[in-house]
Design a protein around this ligand. Structure first.
Ligand code: PRP
Ligand code: MG
Length: 211
């Protein structure tokens, strides 16, 4: 059997993913949430888990540093990585949206200023609509941008809608549905076909068993 390297990001979704892997009979004995270790093996060392930043998961998988990645669709879309997306884990559900002040109306005759952590996603969405934009790339708290005049609207993920609401903003347009997905390196999919398939099947069975 070939060994598999799986890239995950730390945080809440990773905890859920590890619980699912354990439910699928893959035990990572040393793993605990507060550990600062970045590499873990299962009991027979057939699986190596590496923890990377969520935005970097698609890059590790595209370049073959990991065979498989488990990460939010938001990061997959933004990265534009050439990978196979083979499973929707059905967790971490949220939406990509355009948000701004209620009743804000977009003027098609001038460039729209869009603050976002996801410039590629914003660019693609508005170019499809023929709307010219200028992106302001931020790394967080993007809801602040319209409030202080840094941007007209934002493109961001919306889960409960609380952050928008508490800042007097609202969803203007929906872009895409987001959830945690499993992605596979294209070469690994061919050279480690058996191992990749059996990993996905085991994970899928465990997901079907858990409510
Ligand atoms: C995320 C996202 C939204 C918010 C959506 O921000 O960028 O701001 O959560 O969740 P809600 O709809 O349930 O309020 P995060 O907390 O990750 O902080 P950051 O954007 O500053 O990184
Ligand atoms: Mg935010």
């Amino acid at each position: 059997m070939e060994k598999l390297t799986i890239a995950l990001s730390k945080g809440r979704p990773a905890k859920h993913t590890i619980e699912t892997l354990e439910a699928a009979d893959m035990q990572f004995i040393d793993f605990h949430e507060k550990s600062r270790k970045l590499v873990f093996y299962n009991v027979d060392e057939s699986i190596k888990l590496i923890f990377v930043k969520a935005v970097d998961v698609p890059t590790y998988v595209e370049r073959g540093a990991a065979d498989i990645g488990i990460v939010g669709k938001d990061n997959i879309l933004e990265s534009r990585a050439e990978v196979y997306e083979l499973l929707d884990l059905g967790i971490g559900k949220c939406k990509f949206s355009v948000a701004g002040f209620p009743n804000y109306s977009i003027d098609a005759n001038r460039p729209l200023t869009v603050a976002t952590k996801y410039p590629n996603v914003a660019e693609k969405h508005f170019s499809r609509k023929g709307q010219e934009i200028e992106t302001v790339k931020l790394n967080g708290s993007v809801e602040l941008a319209p409030l202080i005049g840094l941007a007209d609207v934002i493109v961001d993920i919306v889960e409960t809608g609380n952050t928008l609401k508490e800042n007097g903003l609202t969803v203007l347009e929906d872009i895409d549905d987001i959830s945690t997905r499993l992605i596979v390196n294209k070469a690994s999919f061919a050279t480690k076909a058996t191992e990749v398939r059996s990993f996905i099947d085991q994970l899928n069975n465990a997901l079907e068993r858990t409510p």
